[in-house]
Design a protein around this ligand. Structure first.
Ligand SMILES: [Zn+2]
Length: 70
């Protein structure tokens, strides 16, 4: 799966300190279990995984992830 490390702004203090593992939205053909020649495109939603807390305001991974996903 494609993924990349990005640095995002902390949702609490706005400093560019939070390391995020970012999985972009992907579409790929998926074989169906019920046969047929037609492949469905399976589209996954983009996802983020917070990798680090904020070194500026001291918020931890859980707090930042909760704030980003609400
Ligand atoms: Zn912060």
């Amino acid at each position: 799966m494609l993924k990349e490390i990005q640095i995002w702004d902390c949702p609490f203090c706005g400093k560019n300190t939070v390391q995020i593992l970012y999985f972009p939205k992907t579409a790929r053909p998926e074989k169906t279990s019920w046969g047929g020649s037609r492949a469905w495109m399976k589209v996954s939603r983009e996802q983020i995984v917070v990798q680090s807390g904020c070194s500026n305001c001291g918020k931890n991974v859980e707090e930042i992830e909760k704030e980003l996903k609400k």
